[in-house]
Design a protein around this ligand. Structure first.
Ligand SMILES: [Zn+2]
Length: 414
C-alpha cells in the first residue's frame, strides 16, 4: 500500500480536537497491548477482538472522556492493533508496542474517506467529529483512497492517504531479471547494472551527531534540547523521503522493464536485528557507520521488494539463495575460493571472471541455489543459465511467459 502524504493545516480549535483523537487512539491501543502482554498459558488466552470491542463499548459507557471522542477513531485503533498482531505473527513486523505521548501522535480513519479539492493548492479532508480540515495539495489530483492516517510530529500535522497502487503492465518481452543484495551497493542486477539506495552522506551523519550531542548537553526539558532534537528529526525525515523516492522510481522501472523479477530471498528481520537495536529503534550506541549503513540498505531492500511486488503482482519471485555468491554463473561450479574479494569473482573451474554481485544476480535470475549444495558441485555443471525466457509460440497475451527451466540443461556427472 502506497501512501500519498500531505501537510495538514488545522485551525487552533481543530488542532485541539485532533490531539484528543490521538489521545483516544493511543489509549485504546495501549489497553490492547496491556491485555495481550498479560497472556500466559495459565492465565488463559488474551481477549479476542470481539471481546475487546465489547470492552471498548463498556469503557465508553463508563468514561465521559472516551464517550465524547469519535467511536470510529477508537474502533480503528483496536482494528489496527489486531492487524499489527497479525503482521507480527506473519513475521513481517515487530511486536506491537506501547504508544507514548508526543512520540506517537496519530490515528487512522478507514472505510469512508471523504476529501474534496478546493483549488489547485488546497483540499479538505473530513475528520469525524471535527469536520473538514484543510491540507496542502502537493500533487495534481486528489488521491483515490479508502483510508487515511493523521499524524503529528515535530510540530507538523500530516495526512497520509493509503492508495492501492496500480499494477504495471508487463512489457511482454519475456525478459527476466535477477536481483542480488550487495554488500557495498544496495543491489546488483543480472543485466550488469547496480542499484544504489541513497544513504546519508558523511557530512549529514556528522551533522546528526552534532545536534544529538548538543541535545544531550542541554538541560532536561529545555527549549534548546527540543530544538536540537527537532533538527535531528528533520535531517532524518529528509533521508527517509529520499529513500522512499528511490524505492518508488526503482520499483516502477523494474515492473515496467521485466516480465519476471527474481529477488534473492533474505530474512530482513534477522538481517537488521542486532544487539545495537533494530532499524525502527536503533540502539543508543550505534557509532559504527558500517552498522548504520547496513541497516539503511536492509531497509531500502525490504521496501524495494515490497513495492515491486505490489506493482508487478504475480511477476515477482523470491529465490532462496544460500550459495548464489559462491556459484559460478557460467559453469555452475560452487567454490569458496572463486570469490576472490568482496567485489571480484573468478571461477576456479572455468576461469569466468565477473563482478561478484553481478555473478550472484545472474544466479538469482536463473532461480538458482535451492538444493544446490557444495556436495553436489561435481554434478552441477550445466551450460550458462538462460537469462531470458521466451514468449509462448502463439504470441497471444503479454504474460503467457515460458521461462526456460535452468535445470533442464543440467548434465549430471559431467
Ligand atoms: Zn565457472
Amino acid at each position: 500500500m502506497a501512501t500519498a502524504r500531505f501537510r495538514l493545516y488545522p485551525t487552533t480549535v481543530q488542532e485541539q480536537q485532533l490531539f484528543e483523537h490521538c489521545a483516544h487512539a493511543r489509549f485504546v491501543w495501549n489497553l490492547a497491548v496491556e491485555q495481550h502482554s498479560w497472556w500466559t498459558p495459565r492465565r488463559g488466552p488474551a481477549p479476542s477482538f470481539a471481546t475487546q470491542c465489547r470492552q471498548l463499548a463498556e469503557a465508553r459507557a463508563e468514561f465521559e472522556w472516551l464517550r465524547e471522542g469519535s467511536s470510529r477513531v477508537q474502533q480503528q485503533a483496536l482494528r489496527d492493533f489486531w492487524q499489527a498482531k497479525k503482521n507480527f505473527f506473519a513475521r513481517t513486523h515487530g511486536r506491537p508496542d506501547w504508544r507514548r505521548k508526543r512520540r506517537d501522535e496519530g490515528f487512522r480513519i478507514a472505510d469512508t474517506c471523504k476529501a474534496q479539492k478546493l483549488n489547485r493548492h488546497w483540499a479538505l479532508v473530513w475528520v469525524p467529529k471535527i469536520g473538514w480540515v484543510r491540507f496542502r495539495l502537493s500533487t495534481n489530483a486528489l488521491p483515490d483512497a479508502k483510508s487515511y492516517r493523521v499524524t503529528y510530529r515535530n510540530g507538523q500535522w500530516h495526512v497520509a492517504f493509503a492508495v492501492i497502487p496500480d499494477s504495471i503492465e508487463p512489457p511482454g518481452t519475456g525478459e527476466l531479471v535477477g536481483i542480488d543484495r550487495g554488500v557495498t551497493i544496495t543491489a546488483a542486477l543480472s543485466d550488469g547494472r547496480t542499484l544504489n539506495c541513497p544513504q546519508p552522506s558523511a557530512k549529514e551523519q556528522a551533522r546528526v551527531r552534532k545536534h544529538q550531542r548538543r541535545a544531550a548537553r542541554a538541560p532536561k526539558g529545555s527549549a534548546e534540547k527540543a530544538a536540537e532534537y527537532a533538527k535531528v528529526a528533520r535531517i532524518k525525515a529528509r533521508e527517509v523521503d529520499r529513500r522512499k523516492d528511490w524505492v518508488e522510481k526503482t520499483s516502477t522501472e523494474l515492473a515496467r522493464r521485466f516480465d519476471l523479477i527474481r529477488f534473492e530471498k533474505l530474512n530482513i528481520r534477522t538481517m537488521t536485528a542486532s544487539a545495537k537495536g533494530t532499524v525502527e529503534a536503533p540502539g543508543r550506541n550505534v557509532r559504527q557507520k558500517s552498522g548504520l549503513n547496513r541497516a539503511i540498505l536492509a531497509q531500502g531492500w525490504g521496501q524495494l521488494r515490497l513495492r515491486t511486488g505490489q506493482k508487478a503482482p504475480g511477476r515477482v519471485e523470491d529465490v532462496p539463495a544460500p550459495y548464489t555468491s559462491l556459484r559460478c554463473s557460467a559453469c555452475g561450479w560452487i567454490e569458496k575460493n572463486s570469490r576472490k574479494s568482496q567485489a571480484e569473482f573468478v571461477c576456479v573451474s572455468c576461469g569466468f571472471a565477473c563482478n561478484a554481485d553481478i555473478n550472484a544476480a545472474v544466479n538469482v535470475a536463473a532461480g538458482y541455489a535451492a538444493g544446490t549444495t557444495p556436495r553436489q558441485r561435481s554434478s552441477v555443471r550445466e551450460p550458462r543459465p538462460a537469462r531470458a525466457g521466451i514468449l509462448s509460440p502463439d504470441g497471444g497475451g503479454g504474460c503467457q511467459l515460458l521461462i526456460l527451466n535452468p535445470t533442464a540443461g543440467a548434465r549430471p556427472g559431467a
